[in-house]
Design a protein around this ligand. Sequence first.
Ligand code: AMP
Length: 466
Amino acid sequence: MSFSNLGLSEPLLKAIKDQGYNTPTPIQLQAIPTVIEGKDVLAAAQTGTGKTAGFTLPLLERLTQTHPKMQKKQIRVLVLTPTRELAAQVAESIKTYGKYMQYSSTVIFGGVGVNPQLATLRKGVDIVIATPGRLLDIASQKGIDFSALECLVLDEADRMLDMGFIHDIKKLMKLMPKKRQTLLFSATFSNDIKKLASGLLISPVLIEVARQNTTAEQISQVVHYVDKSRKRELLSQLIKTNDWRQVLVFTRTKHGANKLTKQLIDYGITAAAIHGNKSQGARTKALASFKANEIRVLVATDIAARGIDIDQLPHVVNYELPNVPEDYVHRIGRTGRAGMSGEAVSLVCVDEHKLLFDIEKFIKAEIKKVHLEAFTPDPSIQAEPIQNGRGGGQKRGAGNNSRNRSRNSRSRNDKNKNDSTKSEKTQTNRSKKPENRAAAQIGSKIQEKLNKLEKRDNDNYNKRNK
Ligand code: AMP
């Protein structure tokens, strides 16, 4: 089967050819004709299956079929995504596939000024790709008019629910016309997703291209058991001895991401961190440098890494296992994309044995354990409770305004998140006091010292291993 049999017109086929795609992926085979027909779709698609092209190609095709005159603030297609990164990624795909077509599109997300976004929307736009929070802000300012909306896409809907966006989505839905096409993509079909889908979709075509809750088979997965205090050393060694050039490393917390990045840099490995506390500019820059192979390691938290799409990303490292087994699947899905092979390495300390057990249960497979003599864990070390960050674990929903905080705290079934949100607030209040500011300064001096000591250890380690 080739793309030319799916009902796509010449400009799209030409763009696909430019991309070097020869055959449609299974999701594209099923979704493209169905979406062109105008039907609603409920698709369970793992990350890396080519799902973005699966909906963007037919949507672009449908846009060319009619040419209504756009009124001020009206839009024709809305793609909702959980994160800014994914929104940017979808926008990039639309640009790539629609390069021989006439249409307008824009990306709307928080963390950047709203006025340019309002100005763009004022003219009327064919395709809007947005995160729910900022879009709702704009809608409540009457900056967008959904009355001409033809199609709504919810991409990574499971993640949007995890991040507590359900209230924003419901409010947005009330503003949209009932008569429209709706496509819902989700990695998993939880009961919540089914409930959401039943309220949004009309007689949807069900598309399921991969088994649920499984990890892509072309990804080789290994676990290294290692003491927590030696993870950094093992990671550096793996990177250097295997000469890994592009590694995406996951930490559980933003603080952990910063710390590890600094340690890697001190050790002579180029690295950058990407997480919700970084400005949008810093995140974009880090990702661009990583994609361009200017830095070797991108250290990310789960939310920030959603939607990162790097062709042929060969290595993903779980420096710390995620608290939620689904996140493991999403993390390692960053490699082995579109048929390429990839490697996912997890560094597991004694505290994380239960998390590993849960992950293996979830993916219904045992992950291969590799024992490295030099890193045999110290059996006298006892398991300790997992720390989810100093005054704040990874805050789902990224961004640091109070709106996000209240949205996050509304979210269901994620106790850690609520806990971390609370402690983050307390931290902010505390740091306003002069004595705490002083403490923070002293803290950073201690940190500097620790970094120096660590560097000295690294140097000694290097000398020993020369
Ligand atoms: P996605 O699952 O949408 O994030 O896509 C994963 C990757 O697959 C992206 O890097 C796409 O560029 C690539 N891709 C999408 N469709 C195809 C195709 N038919 N053939 C080869 N690569 C593709």
